[in-house]
Design a protein around this ligand. Structure first.
Ligand SMILES: Nc1ncnc2c1ncn2[C@@H]1O[C@H](COP(=O)(O)OP(=O)(O)OP(=O)(O)O)[C@@H](O)[C@H]1O
Length: 305
């Protein structure tokens, strides 16, 4: 397990990370979500050891990270950095050589990755001639070239079409299934919602929520239910503790706590057949609004003084 504990960092007198703590479990795809300037890249650079924290620790399975341990990390930085003139497969072979693979091993690794990321037909193309989406896939391949023990990816899904998202997600999920902690940042809440097991939501340099996707859905947002009955369900309006959001003849969406919802179901069944009764979990966008937008912005600069 990769763990950040109490990580803080300032630039000049600007505090940009404030007591950031979270874990990235083995076998879990962890999405790191936050708006522009929230502190995602800074956090990732600290994990990688590119930037030093001013306070706090980063550990892997409880052990502090030395340089050698980090050489087993795979990182896809925000600023994409492949040599534009180099052929894709040649480039990946070169990177594998830098990581200590022998010539044959490096070439076979490069070919396997090109294949896995759906770039086989582009293998001999110079990197600069690839479409943006394919360059992005190439960057993911570059982060994976040495079979890393931990994967940290800054916006790996940005600019990808839905098919490419699935390809990259498949590759990351496979690494996660092998026990690799995988942390990726994203602005695309719908993508994160679909792909990740765990979530870390950061805003203004502070972690606002972290945990399993389902756990967070259960904790945040209002519990809502949809009911589809046989006859009119307008009677719902008169049930104490029920707030009807939508009503159309035999279908309604309402808010209520779990006990009241169960009572509604019993009442509905006593009245006639119920075709569907579904808890509607809040979407990630709703949770994000709940924990980020609705929460008062902490005055980090004040806290830094
Ligand atoms: N080297 C630096 N010097 C000064 N300020 C910096 C530096 N790097 C980052 N910052 C500031 O730290 C804050 C967090 O930036 P960071 O890049 O970590 O955010 P982010 O969540 O990755 O944002 P984005 O989604 O826009 O990439 C920002 O206000 C940024 O301006």
């Amino acid at each position: 397990m990769l763990e950040l504990h109490g990580v803080s960092r300032s630039f000049g007198d600007r505090l940009v990370l404030d007591d950031v703590s979270f874990t990235v479990g083995r076998g879990r795809l962890t999405g790191f979500v936050g708006g522009n300037g929230a502190g995602k890249t800074t956090t990732m650079r600290i994990i990688l050891g590119v930037l030093a924290p001013h306070a706090g620790t980063v550990t892997l399975d409880g052990a502090p990270l030395a340089g050698a341990a980090r050489s087993r990390f795979g990182y896809m930085p925000e600023e994409r950095g492949l040599y534009p003139k180099m052929q894709l497969v040649e480039h990946l072979t070169y990177l594998a050589r830098l990581h200590g693979f022998d010539k044959a091993g490096a070439a076979s690794r490069a070919h396997a990755l090109v294949e896995q990321l759906g770039l086989a037909e582009r293998a001999k193309d110079p990197v600069e001639s690839l479409s943006l989406g394919n360059q992005q896939r190439a960057q993911v391949a570059a982060a994976l070239v040495h079979d890393p023990e931990v994967l940290v990816l800054d916006e790996p899904f940005s600019g990808l079409d839905p098919m490419a998202v699935d390809v990259v997600q498949g590759v990351l999920a496979e690494r996660a299934a092998q026990g690799v902690p995988v942390l990726f940042s994203s602005h695309q809440l719908d993508v994160v919602e679909r792909l990740c097991d765990d979530l870390v939501i950061i805003a203004g340099g502070r972690v606002r929520a972290a945990g399993g996707r389902e756990e967070l859905r259960a904790q945040h947002g209002t519990a809502r239910f949809e009911i589809v009955a046989d006859g009119d369900v307008a009677w719902l309006r008169d049930v104490p503790g029920v707030l009807v959001d939508e009503l159309a003849a035999a279908t309604a969406v309402f808010r209520a706590d779990d006990d009241v919802a169960q009572q509604v179901l019993r009442t509905a069944l006593a009245r006639g057949p119920v075709h569907a009764f579904t808890p509607l979990r809040p979407s990630l966008a709703e949770i994000f609004r709940d924990v980020v937008i609705d929460a008062p912005e902490p005055d980090l600069q004040e806290a830094a003084r």
